[in-house]
Design a protein around this ligand. Structure first.
Ligand SMILES: Nc1ncnc2c1ncn2[C@@H]1O[C@H](COP(=O)(O)OP(=O)(O)OP(=O)(O)O)[C@@H](O)[C@H]1O
Ligand SMILES: [Mg+2]
Length: 251
């Protein structure tokens, strides 16, 4: 199945009052992380609620270092928002360290009904680590239970031990993910993403765009969370998210 390029329908959607809660790193340059997440969510008419799990020292070109925020502060902040706001989905990106992942897993136990998108972040595009110490893959395996997980090719292999994207998708779903979207942004040729919901494998095909931009993964996962928050089916939400990222790459 292929996601044919279309107009900017997502961006023209009228705002509604629903929120998506994002727990992710703050990249002050805005290329990726919370600022990119917020941009994507607003484009889909959702209000972003953003809790920083880590502060990163980053420019548009370099990821230099990062400092995780105190896990209990993140947990309290997210819980307060979840209890008061009209949260319709949760997106998790960079968690930065094991204790943060555990604090978020504890929090999520109290909100099992909300659609959850987990975008694993182990390293920056430059290769600089964005998780302190070993155990990054294990931390995301815990976080992804019941979630739609969106690893890129390298992350899918790190989490599942499988180099083949379809085998990795099947393995991660078996390990507890609700569904798996293995992103093909780093393939040669067309950008083909694989979506496995436990039953069917769908191929989301997009012609490669000759642009190098950071934050495609963050934007895709937030756009997907926006679609789920709006009640779209997983497949349609994934197709719309991919189209949104195409638009971002073409800007
Ligand atoms: N050059 C491209 N042309 C078309 N689609 C692309 C391109 N690069 C990435 N994509 C799409 O963007 C989405 C994000 O995939 P990607 O593999 O870049 O994620 P990622 O590595 O997690 O990104 P990030 O570096 O932001 O973490 C996918 O839908 C992928 O197919
Ligand atoms: Mg990524």
């Amino acid at each position: 199945m292929s996601a044919a390029p279309r107009g900017d329908s997502a961006r023209e959607r009228a705002p509604n009052s629903g929120c998506v809660l994002v727990l992710a790193g703050l990249d002050p340059s805005g290329g990726a992380g919370l600022l990119a997440d917020a941009e994507a969510l607003r484009a889909f008419g959702l209000r972003p609620l953003c809790v920083a799990t880590a502060l990163t020292v980053q420019t548009t070109r370099h990821a230099l270092r990062f400092q995780p925020v105190a896990p209990l502060l993140v947990q309290d902040s997210a819980r307060a928002l979840l209890e008061e706001e009209d949260v319709r989905a949760i997106k998790i990106g960079m968690v930065g360290a094991g204790p943060m992942a555990r604090a978020i897993v504890d929090l999520l136990r109290d909100f099992p009904a909300l659609p959850l998108v987990v975008d694993p972040v182990l390293a920056a595009s430059s290769g600089a680590p964005l998780f302190k110490g070993p155990g990054g893959a294990g931390a995301y395996l815990e976080l992804m239970r019941g979630a739609v997980v969106t690893p890129n090719l390298g992350e899918a292999e790190a989490l599942s031990g499988m180099a083949d994207p379809e085998a990795a998708a099947r393995a991660l779903q078996k390990l507890g993910a609700r569904a798996v979207l293995v992103k093909g942004g780093h393939l040669e040729g067309d950008a083909i993403d694989l979506l496995f919901d436990g039953t069917r494998i769908e191929r989301l095909v997009g012609a490669r765009i000759a642009a190098r931009k950071r934050g495609t993964g963050c934007r895709l996962a937030s756009a997907l969370a926006a679609g789920l928050a709006s009640g779209l089916t997983l497949l349609v939400a994934a197709q719309e998210a991919k189209l949104y990222v195409r638009g971002y790459l073409q800007q």
